[in-house]
Design a protein around this ligand. Structure first.
Ligand code: FES
Length: 90
């Protein structure tokens, strides 16, 4: 079982996280639970997505990229390297 948390707090919402959550909900896969979340503590790099239990963070997620996370990570078990959260990104 995996969990996808999509931050729905103020800063991420301004950056489009409502659509990101909707995109995950439109692409539901078995054994994966998708929920909105309160602030995940990485504001400004949003929309922030956290995959549990692996604790993999994605930042600046665009709705059009959700499909890739679903296919490659949730179904394929392989992180989408170029979308991973990096603390010191510009
Ligand atoms: S508002 Fe999304 S991480 Fe803080």
């Amino acid at each position: 079982m995996k969990f996808v948390r999509v931050c729905q707090n103020r800063t991420c919402k301004k950056q489009g996280s409502v659509k990101v959550l909707a995109a995950f909900k439109a692409n539901l896969v078995p054994e994966v639970t998708v929920t909105g979340s309160s602030c995940l503590g990485k504001c400004g790099k949003g929309p922030i997505v956290l995959i549990l239990p692996e604790m993999v963070w994605y930042s600046k997620v665009h709705p059009s990229e959700v499909n890739q996370v679903v296919e490659q990570h949730l179904l394929g078990g392989k992180r989408v390297e170029q979308m991973l959260y990096h603390r010191f990104d510009s």
